[in-house]
Design a protein. Structure first.
Length: 392
């Protein structure tokens, strides 16, 4: 096992654990995350996840405040496999009395027939899972088929209604900017979600990633190209509709009712430390970032030899400043000028204000309570604005 230096130890009071589950029933046409559609090594992989948790327990000093199962498709895990992971965490880490524990799930998995009289939702509650993030993506059949989702529109509705019998803290994912999706259909998608009284929405523009089926279909003319202007219109509709419904747009893609903001994701945006467990998972300790190999076989083999299969990058002051600008501008809180000056120096604060001048003049940025925030006008351009403020 690699030695861990004092500089690599997370010493903050609280941190998060992200666990990557790299399995899916089938490949969505737009997805470029690391996953496998073969479940042959699922048992070995779960054992390796638990072993990595044990190998890395000395990296952290503090309390686990959030645990997040992402993927891939975590809802493909059995209750016994999830319990194995939870037991490993509880034996090796100090966990807060009421951690936010989120599990990403697909409708078709949770509506499958499960053993005994207990539903999958009852099992999740018993295990301590407190929040479900359900990958709906759309309530319309044509959109789901284009994306090659494993569930259908009926299952999308049924799953949410069934989950609400057991969970209050539910988030659903929706995708906008899909080729062929009109403004009217996007509004109807949102209205279905809002009428179901789901307290949190994560909404993303469809992006065309290299080496995906969607990219090939667009290149061959089978599917129309994604229209950025349509996506911009959909985002403006999203902001309007959620605001009318009493949702807080606390981060560019995330909308929640009071008390239902994601604690896990908020910690990422605020630069808090986290351990990333599993193949392709990233970790951050405030000074450096590391990431595991994105290969299940290599990951399992390396962990079996008690070698962490990861690479690490030490972050310079400039790197950390740029990351704060990128994440800060995506959030409702914005970028704090006093924080920039105290953590990075007066030179960085002066540079930031100088770089922001044109965007302030054009009302894409606003200066409020000593924080730079993206205006309503500039929201859809936030990534581009951030790059203009980077220290090059």
């Amino acid at each position: 096992m690699e030695n861990i230096s004092e500089n690599d130890v997370i010493s903050n009071k609280g941190f998060g654990i992200y666990i990557h589950i790299p399995f899916c029933k089938q490949a969505c046409h737009y997805c470029d995350f690391h996953f496998s559609t073969s479940l042959k090594k699922k048992g070995e992989l779960i054992a390796a996840l638990c072993q990595e948790l044990i190998l890395r327990k000395d990296e952290v000093q503090g309390i686990v405040e959030t645990i997040y199962f992402g993927g891939g498709t975590p809802s493909l895990l059995s209750s016994e496999e999830l319990e194995q992971i939870f037991e490993t965490i509880s034996k090796n880490y100090e966990v807060s009395e009421s951690p936010e524990i989120t599990l990403e799930a697909n409708p078709d998995d949770m509506l499958s027939v499960h053993a005994q009289s207990r539903t999958i939702f009852e099992n999740y509650k018993t295990l301590g899972i407190s929040r479900l993030s359900i990958g709906i993506q759309s309530f319309f059949e044509e959109d789901l088929k284009l994306m090659n989702r494993a569930h259908n529109a009926t299952e999308a509705l049924d799953c949410i209604k069934e989950a609400q019998k057991y969970f209050e803290n539910i988030s659903i994912d929706l995708i906008y900017g899909i080729p062929g999706m009109s403004n009217e259909r996007w509004i109807e998608n949102l209205n279905i979600a809002l009428n179901l009284n789901v307290p949190h929405l994560s909404c993303y523009a469809l992006t065309v990633e290299p080496r995906t089926a969607l990219k090939k279909f667009i290149d061959k003319g089978i599917v129309p190209a994604v229209d950025e202007e349509v996506a911009k219109q959909h985002y403006e509709i999203l902001v309007d509709e959620t605001e009318k419904a009493g949702f807080d747009n606390y981060e560019f893609s995330n909308f929640g009712r009071e008390g239902f903001h994601s604690k896990n994701n908020t910690a990422y945006w605020e630069g808090k430390p986290y351990l990333g467990i599993g193949p392709s998972a990233h970790s951050y300790n405030g000074k450096s970032r590391s990431w595991n190999v994105a290969n299940n076989t290599k990951y399992i083999k390396s962990i079996a030899e008690e070698i962490l299969p990861s690479e690490m990058e030490n972050l310079s002051k400039e790197d950390r400043y740029n990351e704060y600008i990128m994440t800060g501008l995506r959030t409702k809180k914005g970028v704090s000028l006093p924080k920039v000056e105290s953590e990075y120096g007066k030179e960085f604060a002066e540079y930031l204000l100088k770089q922001a001048e044109d965007h302030l003049h054009n009302q894409l940025l606003i200066l409020e309570n000593q924080s730079l925030k993206v205006s309503r006008k500039g929201k859809f351009l936030s990534d581009g604005i951030a790059s203009d403020l980077f220290w090059i």
